[in-house]
Write a protein that binds this ligand. Structure first.
Ligand code: ADP
Ligand code: MG
Length: 358
């Protein structure tokens, strides 16, 4: 069982600080995801754990042992890459056997272990194929088998599904999660795809600009974002300027609203409402806010109906509803009302990473 601890990791490329003091504590056996936009430092952090480069400062502990002095092949970590990184001139079997041959494992053992791991990733029948005879999804299964066959203490994956098409991506992500749970292996996974992160992880770490913004369960990250960046990056959100009127009163979308205590008197505040929290042409279930608007665009995606509603003087808001007959019949230009319960409005201090106040 392997717990991973990172303390105060810094890494710069020239004058550019890519990691600015990362502290993480990753539970043994958990599926832990680094989520953030391109350039936020995810790959830099993963490569430091793998030992492909050295951090400038800070310590990495695997099961309580510092691995800073160990080269990559001594760290007992397996790595899966976005571009599969399979050797084109080697068969599936030889690709997977490669690490064991290097470790000078005896041939009969290699055969047993490679066949077992190929069965595990559902490639048991394809051991003799060459990489060019495999689909992208199968090539990535080879990548996974190659990382796992050395029995790593920790599995690292850097955007392993990004080169696959949508349907395959979802199938393989289920398989990866099932396999990880079966093996109980501590896994650190990198993605810029928030839906993928929510669906696959025990814990999600949201990063931005070389800094950890929040660590929590997928539900906590979604429901209780710690700051405005997380609220906007994970899922979607309507951010709305708030006009305070002293005490507990304010104006939101031109309507009066009562503020939670933690927001009262705060100078610059932005409110946020998730698209699915609007009730369209329906009163809110409890006290809250109701605004009239004009439907500008409707997009039916099968599972849901995405509505873009203009509120005069306040721009266009997004609402998501279940697509029943009445909703689907709505036409651009129709007047609609949007209502939201007060408890479904969140409030953030202004600025890119303004903290959540309520
Ligand atoms: N080898 C490098 N030399 C210089 N800058 C780099 C190098 N690798 C990454 N960077 C920069 O460091 C930042 C973090 O990069 P990276 O860790 O690859 O981000 P992510 O994986 O989240 O997209 C980015 O601004 C990137 O341009
Ligand atoms: Mg990257």
């Amino acid at each position: 069982m392997t717990r991973v601890c990172l303390t105060n990791i810094h890494k710069s490329y020239g004058s550019h600080a890519a990691l600015k003091g990362i502290n993480l504590d990753i539970d043994s056996g958990s599926f832990f995801t680094l989520l953030g936009p391109s350039g936020c430092g995810k790959t830099t952090l993963l490569r430091a754990i793998a030992g492909f480069h050295q951090q400038d400062a800070g310590e990495i502990l695997l099961a309580g042992q510092s691995i800073g002095a160990l080269s990559a092949n001594k760290r007992q970590v397996g790595m899966v890459f976005q571009d599969y990184a399979v050797f084109p001139h080697l068969s599936v079997f030889d690709n997977v056997a490669f690490g064991l041959v290097q470790q000078k494992v005896a041939m009969p053992d290699i055969r047993t272990r490679v066949q077992a791991i190929l069965d595990t990733v559902q490639l048991g029948q394809l051991a003799d194929r060459m990489p060019h005879q495999l689909s992208g999804g199968q090539q990535q299964r080879v990548g996974l088998a190659r990382a796992l066959v050395i029995r790593p203490k920790v599995l690292l994956m850097d955007e392993p599904l990004s080169n696959l098409d949508a349907k395959l991506r979802i199938d393989l992500r289920r398989d990866i999660r099932l396999l990880q749970q079966q093996l109980g292996i501590t896994t650190i996974y990198v993605t810029h795809d928030q839906e993928e992160a929510l669906s696959i992880s025990d814990q999600v770490c949201v990063m931005f600009d070389g800094v950890v913004q929040q660590v929590g369960s997928p539900w906590a990250i979604y429901r209780q974002p710690s700051n405005r960046f997380v609220a906007g990056f994970v899922g979607s959100n309507n951010f709305l300027p708030l006009r305070q009127q002293g005490g507990q009163l304010a104006q939101l979308l031109g309507q009066p609203i009562e503020l939670p205590r933690a927001v009262q008197g705060q100078p610059a505040v932005t409110a946020a409402v998730r698209p699915e929290k609007w009730r369209v042409n329906h009163p809110a279930a409890g006290p809250g806010l109701q605004v009239p608007g004009v439907l500008r665009q409707a997009m039916f995606t099968g599972r849901e109906l995405q509505l873009f509603v203009e509120v005069a003087g306040h721009g266009v808001l997004e609402a998501l509803t279940a697509p029943d007959d009445a909703m689907v019949a709505l036409q651009p230009g129709d007047t609609v009302t949007l209502a939201v319960q007060a408890t479904d409005i969140q409030y953030f201090a202004e600025g890119d990473t303004g903290v959540r106040l309520a």
